[in-house]
Design a protein around this ligand. Structure first.
Ligand SMILES: Cc1ncc(COP(=O)(O)O)c(C=O)c1O
Length: 166
């Protein structure tokens, strides 16, 4: 199991070389890797990364979800798997849960086909990016004022202090 687009909790995206190394490792063992692509829609400070699945469709089971992009309560996700696994996995899905509600899936399909899901993503990307920028600016501000106050204390007591980028 891997989260190459956004490792949790560090947020690191797996670069190409480690991706290729992971796929070599998987091939050497005649194994399969499950790619949990749970929030690749939202990138703010780097280019979007492609899916591992695209590099080795025969070795990767890709899991997508709308939990981060739309609503976790809908409980809708999807799987792209090597064709040979499609039937057994479908069978397991039928046996292991009570199916995903059909109406919700049809509504989501309509949302995607109409282009409104893409519009929603673009709008949320911009909204989240603005919130993120506000949070970072506030954090920088509070870090700077903490440093300034620590530096003032240090100066009063004869110690040194660096404000860094503040
Ligand atoms: C690592 C990881 N994978 C997947 C998901 C999405 O899970 P689900 O689609 O079951 O809501 C989450 C949600 O927070 C997550 O943190």
């Amino acid at each position: 199991m891997a989260t190459p687009a956004h490792q949790w909790p560090t947020g690191v995206a797996l670069a190409l070389q480690p991706r290729l190394a992971l796929l070599d490792w998987v091939r050497d063992r005649d194994a399969i890797v499950i790619e949990d692509d749970y929030d690749a829609e939202f990138r703010y400070d780097r280019e979007p990364v492609g899916a591992l699945q695209g590099l080795a469709p025969d070795r990767v089971i890709f899991l997508g979800t709308i939990s981060k992009s739309l609503a976790p309560a809908l409980r809708i996700g999807w799987m792209l798997c090597p064709p040979v696994l499609a039937e057994p996995l479908t069978e397991q899905k039928h046996l292991s849960d009570r199916r995903t509600p059909t109406l919700d899936q049809l509504a989501l399909a309509r949302l995607i086909e109409s282009g409104r899901f893409d519009r929603h993503l673009r709008r949320m990307r911009a909204g989240y990016a603005a919130r993120r920028a506000t949070l970072l600016a506030a954090h920088r501000g509070s870090t700077c004022s903490q440093r300034a106050s620590a530096s003032g204390t240090a100066r009063r007591t004869g110690g040194g202090g660096a404000l860094g980028s503040c």
